[in-house]
Design a protein around this ligand. Structure first.
Ligand SMILES: *Cc1c(COP(=O)(O)O)cnc(C)c1O
Ligand code: SF4
Length: 702
């Protein structure tokens, strides 16, 4: 030993240095490192070292690598953020960590509290009482982890006082002590101390062990006494490179722990703490260790492998579920032999947290009306450029997209495609509930999809049913009468002017300038016209004379996008200010140079709030999902009334097409791809499917 080092050393320290030198340690290096990160080792633990750099040495003796770590950070667990009073961490709902000692019997080289260890004074008892008061005032806390540093660095009297205080709290159900002293200085746990501990029940003790060499005869005897006195013993282990990062060592440690009546509880992935990077293994190492314990040896030996971080402990485990299909869960056992666990009759699996890859896009392609077909027969169908834009948007986030035209061959296409999710914009081809057909087929095959479900699609396509539901919920909608034959008589309580519509069409199909009627004669004429050309019931509604708006909703909270007003100004006097076929055509004529939509609408906050609330209520009572567009008109008293709800609004990308839903989204600042992905992710989230990472924008939306 050099003269310089030998100066000012106590006898005990001299012995330590002599022993380290004897084992071949570099005292200069040790001294350099311990200036930044202090060293302390018990003589008991020192005696366990068999040779330089063995697992016991690595855990306790400074190494130059500690100074070389520049990457890691000092407080990776962000415990300070969860510290309502000093020395108490309240991170989980029903349990807290109570720090009762800042001192340790040894300074483990890999310690999470490395930056503080050995540099601070013992915690004053007054501060501990204040932390205990917090627990007294927080009735939700039912479990206290008493830790440090090491609690057993306090004298027996303090320990008794702390346990007395803690055990007097009625709402506490269990108390645990976290300690390393039984492993590094077993002599500290005297019979007197055990007698104190034994008087409190239920008391759990988690002891920190990292290597089989730490399980000595002395430790075995001590744990036996602790267990005999009624204390439930568990272990915590840190996965450390060079110490225990092998299946053989870890299995031996777990076996030995069970042998001394300690139940393995946690294996911790090494924290991202500055100065300990040379101890870190990759996560696969931990997974492999667990994989080689489970099934190969007693289940009692298998601890939870966790990574602690700012969000708390996250369990990491080998993947035993190999696949989930609607009819079975495919399991791999410990030998990776596959077994099927089928669902019970009539049930299907909820496919939670699964990643979808193959996305189908269900649509109906716009075509020209055939001979004898109505001119607006296919008005709701989409054009190829819209379908392609949606496809591109989904592909932009690295999904495969398969186009699935939803005609009579849809089911065959769907089966051949093997898609695992469908983005649905199909309007349906036949029948009064056609918009619900694609959702119904998808549900039949248990394929998740975007947008509203079967019932909502059917109801929103039926104006009178929809109005019944809204009325039931007290949401204003114009008074109406359903004509089931051209000869029905107008009820006495219906007042002109009235507006006449087919009961089950979207996109203002069947609404023309003559739809607004002021007298019984034109009413009769228009009702007869709709019966003839649309072959369905006719909805006669009182006319709301005020301004007209359309509201786009996105996500499932839902988010209300900026309100769009339909600008009827500048129309020729012979055109009624309604959203008719002629008006749309007139307003959108390029030569008129008139923007038919104003977004955001220029309205007072009170009206805006009223419209938003009405729209959200409508979305919710009708059970809409992911996206929807709601048409609203003010009556003569400026009360917003629901005119229509479109659960499959058009998604044309070109702003010049005045597609109202996308218009509102653009005004909010979304790009077209973002609009599509918002709808998509909103559905993924709803089904508990795996969302792509880092999509903060979308998270904000739902
Ligand atoms: C680990 C820990 C607990 C206890 O968690 P369990 O998973 O119940 O063992 C409580 N509080 C904090 C801050 C912790 O880190
Ligand atoms: S006993 Fe625990 S707290 Fe103390 S130095 Fe070792 S690991 Fe850190």
């Amino acid at each position: 030993m050099e003269e310089q080092i030998a100066k000012n050393l106590t006898e005990k320290e001299k012995n330590l240095y002599l022993r380290l030198e004897e084992l071949g340690g570099n005292l200069e290096e040790i001294n350099r490192v311990k200036k930044k990160y202090p060293m302390k080792i018990t003589s008991y633990y020192l005696n366990l070292i068999k040779e330089k750099d063995d697992p016991i040495w690595l855990q306790s003796i400074p190494k130059k690598e500690e100074l070389e770590d520049i990457f890691n950070i000092e407080d990776p667990l962000k415990e300070e953020e969860h510290t309502p009073v000093p020395y108490l961490v309240h991170k989980y709902p029903d349990r807290v960590l109570l720090l009762v000692s800042s001192l340790c019997a040894m300074y483990c080289r890999f310690c999470t509290r490395k930056r503080k260890v050995g540099k601070i004074k013992q915690i004053p008892m007054e501060d501990i009482f204040r932390a205990i008061d917090y627990i007294k005032n927080h009735h939700e806390v039912r479990d206290v982890v008493v830790s440090g540093g090491d609690p057993f660095m306090r004298p027996d009297g303090d320990i008794r006082t702390i346990l007395d205080e803690v055990f007097s709290i009625r709402h506490l159900e269990i108390v645990r002590i976290g300690t390393r002293i039984p492993c590094i200085k077993p002599s500290r746990i005297t019979d007197e101390l055990i007698a104190i501990l034994a008087s409190y029940k239920p008391l759990y003790m988690n002891i920190h062990f990292n290597h089989p060499d730490e399980i000595t005869e002395e430790v075995g005897l001590l744990c036996g006494k602790l267990a005999d006195s009624g204390i439930m013993l568990g272990s915590q282990t840190v996965l450390l490179k060079g110490v225990n990062d092998s299946v053989v060592v870890m299995k031996e440690l777990m076996h030995k722990l069970l042998g001394i009546r300690v139940k393995p509880y946690y294996i911790f992935q090494c924290d991202l703490v500055k100065g300990i990077d040379h101890f870190r293994t990759d996560i696969q190492t931990g997974i492999d260790i667990i994989k080689n314990l489970q099934g190969y040896t007693s289940g009692l030996c298998v601890p939870h492998y966790v990574i602690d971080g700012p969000g708390g402990k996250v369990p990491v485990s080998p993947q035993y579920i190999k696949d989930i299909t609607p009819k079975e869960v495919l399991l791999g056992n410990y030998l990776d032999i596959l077994y099927s666990y089928p669902v019970s009759k009539g049930q299907t699996n909820q496919i939670a947290n699964k990643k979808v890859n193959r996305i189908g896009l269900a649509y109906n392609l716009r075509k020209l009306p055939g001979k004898g077909e109505r001119s607006d027969k296919y008005i709701e169908y989409d054009e190829m450029n819209t379908i392609d834009a949606i496809r591109q948007a989904i592909m932009s986030d690295n999904y495969e997209v398969t186009l699935l035209e939803a005609d009579e061959l849809f089911i065959e296409r769907l089966k051949d495609s093997e898609v695992d999710f469908v983005f649905n914009i199909a309007e349906g081809i036949h029948g009064e509930s056609r918009e619900s057909h694609v959702p119904a087929i998808l549900e039949m095959f248990n394929i998740p999809y975007t947008g509203s479900g079967v019932l909502t699609q059917a109801i929103t396509l039926n104006k009178s049913r929809k109005k019944e539901i809204l009325s039931y919920h007290g949401i204003p909608t114009p008074r109406y009468q359903l004509f089931k034959s051209p000869n029905n008589k107008l009820r006495d309580d219906m007042a002109f002017p009235l507006i006449v519509k087919p009961d089950a069409e979207g996109s203002s199909a069947g609404i023309t300038n003559s739809s607004l009627v002021h007298d019984p004669e034109s009413l009769k004429k228009q009702v007869a016209f709709i019966f003839k050309h649309y072959n369905q019931n006719v909805l006669v509604e009182e006319f709301c004379s005020g301004r007209e708006f359309t509201v786009a909703l996105l996500g499932n909270k839902p988010l209300v996008l900026p309100i769009v007003e339909i600008d009827f100004s500048g129309l020729p006097p012979d055109l009624n200010k309604i959203d008719s076929y002629e008006v749309k055509w007139e307003l959108e004529k390029p030569e008129n140079n008139h923007k038919p939509l104003i977004c955001p609408a220029d309205i007072k906050t009170k009206l805006k709030n009223q419209i938003e609330k009405t729209a959200k209520n409508t979305f919710n009572v009708l059970g809409c999902r992911d996206f929807c567009r709601i048409d609203i008109r003010l009556d003569s008293n400026d009360v917003p009334h629901i005119l229509d709800v479109n659960a499959l609004p058009g998604l044309m990308p070109d702003p010049g097409s005045y597609s109202r839903f996308t218009y509102a989204c653009y005004s909010y600042g979304l790009s077209y791809a973002q609009v599509i992905l918002c709808i998509f992710y909103s559905a993924l989230k709803r089904y508990n499917l795996l969302l792509p990472h880092g999509k903060k924008l979308y998270n904000d939306l739902f």
